[in-house]
Write a protein that binds this ligand. Structure first.
Ligand code: CA
Length: 524
């Protein structure tokens, strides 16, 4: 396969063809000559933001001008993936540079062992001022931060509580606005200005159950969001697990819980609705009801005459609109951070801004919400980065990158080194002379089963063209293979197609090699 590699350094931009992500351009400039001093890092991170709802990634359903601005003034990573598509594990991987089995946080029921090596601790040791604000979700106290304020667990959208070293505080407002306010407050007046800094600004949005900020409640009111091609997927052509999950919009998305449209008070999840809505103050509640109650009332009235398909379509619209409203709130707040830097040009010049999210999400593709699968929508992590004077504006990176790479990259930026080896690799190597070949496959492993959502454990390898998955659990026990060039929506596994026997053999060798490299299943 011929692919296009675009080097992401400013000074010598090299465009050439090479075989499948296998080499680094010999003529790329040494990144170490390009960076003048240790840059500041602002890492803006959300929860469950699907790349297909970012216009820089070609969204067909919304616009994200401020995220797009980071990409257009810097780089967008077009093949960026997680190693285990759920919240806590992705976060633990980002902190440690290790896959889940090695950092011990494989499912959301684990507790993070924060005594292990993490990049914030090493940055702090290297002289950086460090802060973590917002969603942490690792069931432990953050370590390695000069300043931290975290949401308890999943956190709340409205008037969130935050845990601080001095105890809990409740801050009035919508969580995305509040976290941004706190981050800007630290940048302006909280940090030690004699040091370079690293700020992790981590939003709850757009995590279930979606509650947009007052500013975005009116968006998309009089329009229909286009449905994905696979909203009514029949799950043929794949193993049995796809048809047996509990993450279908049709069957497993609840009126009171997910959609804030309680049908009656006897509904099982009505208490959830009451609890969430009960957090809103009088003004917030009036605004909320003004937007939702007329629609809810009309739906309750019409529901009996609607077909099951029409009801699913209504659910999709309510779900995806609230999701996209949450995204619009994130994007607006990213705009506030960029404006702060615009207003402080000296700071802007030496500050890298990165936007990412812990994994992808289904926005109705395959009839689903949620994540977990190795299928593309949940495997992909958005990743854009701006570094004035170093990353050439408009750079498009096609190499296979993964969340194991973030910690080594941050350390590299700071001129620091890990004390014990990490699985990932600094993304600056993509632009270094003589850095050696880049990876040509990423390793994936999901563990959490059966609750919630009944997605069985599976592992696999994703290359430039193929995705090979092994559903190894005793309830399942089968493989799937997708040819992403021919079947980008992954509706037909070709694992048993004789034409792909050679590809299967090679991919299995590659998967085994990755497992050995990362010591999967080996006790140390
Ligand atoms: Ca998540």
């Amino acid at each position: 396969m011929v692919t296009r590699f675009v080097c992401f350094l400013a000074l010598f931009v090299v465009v050439f063809t090479a075989s499948a992500c296998s080499s680094v351009p010999a003529t790329a400039i040494d990144v170490d000559q390009a960076k003048q001093s240790r840059p500041n890092i602002i890492f803006i991170f959300t929860d469950d933001h699907a790349s297909q709802s970012i216009s820089a990634y070609g969204s067909k359903i919304n616009q994200t001008p401020h995220i797009d601005r980071i990409a257009s003034e810097g780089a967008i990573f077009l093949n960026s993936f997680c190693g285990n598509s759920i919240c806590g594990p992705s976060r633990a991987t980002i902190l440690t540079g290790l896959h889940s089995h090695a950092n011990g946080f494989m499912t959301n029921t684990n507790r993070f062992d924060s005594s292990q090596q993490t990049f914030p601790k090493l940055l702090q040791k290297a002289g950086y001022a460090t802060a973590m604000i917002g969603k942490y979700h690792l069931h432990d106290t953050p370590k390695g931060f000069d300043h931290w304020m975290i949401l308890p667990g999943q956190g709340e959208y409205y008037n969130p509580d935050l845990i601080t070293p001095e105890g809990r505080v409740r801050v009035q407002g919508h969580c995305t606005n509040v976290v941004t306010d706190l981050g800007l407050g630290w940048l302006e007046g909280g940090r030690d200005k004699d040091k370079p800094f690293m700020l992790m600004l981590q939003h709850k949005a757009p995590h279930r159950t979606w509650m947009p900020a007052p500013e975005e409640l009116g968006l998309y009111r009089d329009q229909d969001i286009p449905e994905p091609d696979t909203l009514f997927d029949d799950y043929k052509g794949r193993g049995k697990a796809a048809a047996n999950t509990e993450m279908e919009i049709d069957r497993h998305m609840f009126f009171a819980y997910d959609l804030y449209c309680p049908l009656d008070k006897s509904e099982a999840l009505y208490k959830h609705y009451e609890r969430k809505i009960g957090r809103l103050n009088e003004k917030q509640r009036a605004e909320w009801d003004k937007h939702f109650e007329p629609e809810n009332e009309a739906f309750r009235k019409n529901m009996k005459s609607m077909s099951p398909k029409q009801i699913e379509q209504w659910k999709y619209q309510r779900y995806v609109k609230n999701y996209l409203r949450c995204i619009a709130g994130v994007d607006r707040n990213i705009g506030r951070v960029l404006k702060y830097l615009d207003d402080n040009p000296g700071l802007k010049e030496n500050t890298i801004v990165i936007y990412s999210s812990d994994q992808g999400f289904y926005l109705g593709e395959h009839g689903w919400y949620d994540k977990r699968w190795m299928y593309e929508e949940s495997l992909a992590m958005p990743l854009v980065a701006r570094w004035p004077g170093v990353i050439k504006p408009g750079t498009r990176v096609e190499e296979l990158v993964q969340n194991i790479d973030y910690a080594p990259t941050f350390l590299d930026l700071a001129g620091a080194k890990p004390e014990t080896p990490m699985h990932g690799r600094s993304l600056l190597d993509l632009a270094r002379k003589n850095a050696g070949a880049w990876r040509d496959g990423v390793y994936y492993h999901y563990y959490e089963y059966p609750r919630p959502h009944r997605v069985p454990p599976h592992e696999g390898v994703r290359t430039g063209r193929y995705s090979l998955m092994h559903f190894y659990h005793e309830d399942h026990g089968y493989w799937e293979l997708y040819d992403l060039e021919k079947d980008p929506q992954q509706t037909n596994s070709v694992y048993n197609d004789p034409a792909y026997a050679g590809a299967v053999e090679k991919l299995k060798v590659q998967l085994e090699a990755l497992k050995q490299q990362y010591k999967v299943g080996v006790d140390e």
